[in-house]
Design a protein around this ligand. Sequence first.
Ligand code: NAG
Ligand code: NAG
Ligand code: NAG
Ligand code: NAG
Ligand code: NAG
Ligand code: NAG
Ligand code: NAG
Ligand code: NAG
Ligand code: NAG
Ligand code: NAG
Length: 393
Amino acid sequence: MHSSSRFLSLLGLVYIALAQSMNQAGYNPRVGPPNANCTRQTYQLDITSNNTVFQNVDSNANETYITKLLQTFAPLPMNFSQEYEHPDKQPLSRQYSISGTFCTPMNGQVKNASHVQYLIHGVGFDSSYWDFAVDGSDEHSYVSAAAAAGYSTFRYDRLGTGLSEHPNDTYNVVQAPTDIAIATKLLEMLKNGNIGGQKFDKIVGVGHSYGSVQVQALSATVPRMLDAVLLQGFSTNATGQLQLLTSGAYSTATEVFPDRFKDSGLPSTYLVTLARQTQQLNFWYFPYYSGAAFNHNRQTEQPVTQAVLFTQMGLVQNATNFTGPVHVVTGANDWPFCFNDCYAVPANGARGSKPANFSVYIPDNTGHAVNAHYSAPQVYQEMLAFVSDAFAA
Ligand SMILES: *[C@@H]1O[C@H](CO)[C@@H](O)[C@H](O)[C@H]1NC(C)=O
Ligand SMILES: *[C@@H]1O[C@H](CO)[C@@H](O)[C@H](O)[C@H]1NC(C)=O
Ligand SMILES: *[C@@H]1O[C@H](CO)[C@@H](O)[C@H](O)[C@H]1NC(C)=O
Ligand SMILES: *[C@@H]1O[C@H](CO)[C@@H](O)[C@H](O)[C@H]1NC(C)=O
Ligand SMILES: *[C@@H]1O[C@H](CO)[C@@H](O)[C@H](O)[C@H]1NC(C)=O
Ligand SMILES: *[C@@H]1O[C@H](CO)[C@@H](O)[C@H](O)[C@H]1NC(C)=O
Ligand SMILES: *[C@@H]1O[C@H](CO)[C@@H](O)[C@H](O)[C@H]1NC(C)=O
Ligand SMILES: *[C@@H]1O[C@H](CO)[C@@H](O)[C@H](O)[C@H]1NC(C)=O
Ligand SMILES: *[C@@H]1O[C@H](CO)[C@@H](O)[C@H](O)[C@H]1NC(C)=O
Ligand SMILES: *[C@@H]1O[C@H](CO)[C@@H](O)[C@H](O)[C@H]1NC(C)=O
């Protein structure tokens, strides 16, 4: 007891020291693991997206109104739409500033330079989910495991997270249709030689959670641009996800983390989980992770807009034209996608038609934040075996 609480307060001190060196409200400045040669760059993307138009909302709403909207949406999303969304979508053209990081194995140890994994993170994280470095260790870094296996990766901070732009119109701008248009644009850039210094002829899309929702959508909308998809922390059963909106007690980021966000100028509708407990409930499965991993995540937790929470499940669609392999990796104790039991709610509950080449891996003792649990190193080996087969095919 004593030693663990001393350990925790020591971590607190380390965090204060780190926080002062972090810009962008808790951004982990590490560009990559030591075994990868990483380049971070900001891309100016011209995007047109077909967006949901919200009504009766305010990007600077108070906590009471924010909570009322969550309470209205979670039980009956259709009724929410009728009251708070215009029936027709509207095109929105705008430029976005997005930070991305390309990593290739050090010293030319890449298996095939024209192959890359395209990594999209989920809610509550930024792209450092893929390079999750607790106390400088690389054990939880998927980028490091991939580099060790000879594979390059490209990851980016989704709009409204990390070093990417945080638009102040959180409803009509920072929402799933914008996110999928950005994801599509970056995928085209990987294909066309605008990222990583070359054209990639084989790309495996790898997502986590909302990132998997986007990778799944890309396999439907641009099926020929991806050779395989790996969906981590995913199922097509949205029941638990609606639970997440309320059990996460999503609250104004500037109020939950005043030290990190007070100077950020973020509108009130950029949200984070209210407390350690509401984060644990949704993302973690005790005791199968270290206190250090949990603290690291809490100290770098990134905001999500209310509109992303309200529009994300609308992206999942039939991918009948996608012929590549699909692999789902979801923790046995995932809460948002399985309600704590992925054997009861099979992760393979594929919507409509099931992909022809489909496989599932359910690691034991693992919650939704897969990369942060003790199981991560084994999970990475399983994921990379799939990736290796996909590149070899
Ligand atoms: C919060 O905003 C709503 C809607 O604008 C308003 O009716 C309510 O009085 C506000 N509550 C507080 C505590 O400011
Ligand atoms: C939800 O919408 C349906 C159809 O418009 C309506 O019949 C029902 O009463 C609504 N429920 C609530 C709780 O508003
Ligand atoms: C945008 O979405 C609406 C449905 O709300 C659809 O009718 C329209 O064709 C879409 N526009 C584009 C450019 O995709
Ligand atoms: C890292 O990448 C850069 C640019 O591609 C290259 O010039 C350099 O030699 C690489 N360094 C190592 C150690 O692999
Ligand atoms: C790399 O993979 C491509 C197919 O994606 C293949 O044509 C090429 O021969 C491979 N290069 C090497 C060096 O193995
Ligand atoms: C929102 O951001 C835009 C562009 O960044 C700026 O022109 C506008 O004044 C901002 N609006 C508010 C209410 O801060
Ligand atoms: C799927 O492929 C068929 C035949 O090429 C095409 O007509 C259809 O538009 C495609 N659907 C999508 C969603 O790309
Ligand atoms: C979705 O999961 C819930 C539990 O979270 C379960 O009760 C429900 O039957 C599942 N629905 C489908 C279609 O699998
Ligand atoms: C998806 O595919 C299934 C089976 O092919 C079909 O029944 C369903 O209507 C499709 N859903 C959509 C939204 O197209
Ligand atoms: C499924 O895809 C993998 C590549 O990831 C390939 O090795 C395997 O042969 C495929 N299986 C079938 C039945 O097509």
